[in-house]
Design a protein around this ligand. Sequence first.
Ligand SMILES: *Cc1c(COP(=O)(O)O)cnc(C)c1O
Length: 345
Amino acid sequence: MKNSNIKNLVKPSVRSLTAYQAFDIPCKIKLDANESPYGFPFGPLLAKISTNRYPDPGAKELKRMLAKRLAVSPANILFGNGSDELIYYLITTFGGPVLYPVPTFSMYGIISQALGEKAISIPLDREFDIALEKTLMAIKKEKPKLIFLSSPNNPTGNCFSAEKILKIIELSKGIVVVDEAYQPFSSEKGFLPLLKDYKNLVIMRTLSKIGLAALRLGFMIADAEIIAEVNKVRLPFNLNSLSQAVAVEALEEKGELAFSIKKIVSERELLFRELEKIKGIRPYPSEANFILFRTDKPEKVYDALLKRGILVRNMTGSVTGCLRVTVGTPEENKAFLKALKGIYG
Ligand SMILES: *Cc1c(COP(=O)(O)O)cnc(C)c1O
């Protein structure tokens, strides 16, 4: 066929989407994507990988290791090529409506739309906590199959009230996914201990924020029946051999992982106190590896930082008037603060 209009062939829900923008903005100091400033060397591993063979579709070694560390059975774990992929799989498996508070991680909404499922977003309250009554009313009315709660929440940085999350898990007849991408940086213990008590609870974690974003390795922990259902839609070789091998090695290096997490948490506290001192800036307390802060001139501050080589995330559109900065190395944080003080000075 000639001169066809491809757009007319595309599903309406996809037609109205825009592709995820991963801007490649040149900068000296990259503090925009909640990555860890500390990576892992893995040279010798490369030699062990058979490039001609498909990866282990079950990622058995990694799963065994992780199950032991989390004190669950391997049957309770499913891996994704990043937890982004698991969000895709969960919505593919259970369908919508999909409910989540806003502002939050954008992929819940984007993937719901891509899959043509109804998305229901409930604004957070003034403290960036779950608006419980509104949420429970929406659950009753819309009967969401899936609820996504990012705690600590991206981009606000806070944990939601554990009692509120619990209420939602108890009252929902659908699946409640607690996305704990930032749990390693939090002072709260998370929802893993409650897994035995609630069949509809799914915990999502990732290695992306603790120094292994390049691997694309996320995992969910849930009742074996949920894992088995979601596993039906998983692409067979979603985790490549390299990522599996590097993850096994990194998890063996427990000390190194724990050290970099501790370092980031103490730097976060320092960064927060310094931000508080700047007139015109209001940082929000964070349990994650980033800090959201309000400024009286977001565009100007963003541009002025970038001019000094420092890239942060402009949250306009999701939390108007706010920027989000990832906690970097002590040197990076100092440079960021110095630049910011220069802009406000
Ligand atoms: C970064 C992030 C993810 C995505 O993690 P990947 O494993 O890299 O796909 C998931 N949830 C939240 C809340 C995030 O901030």
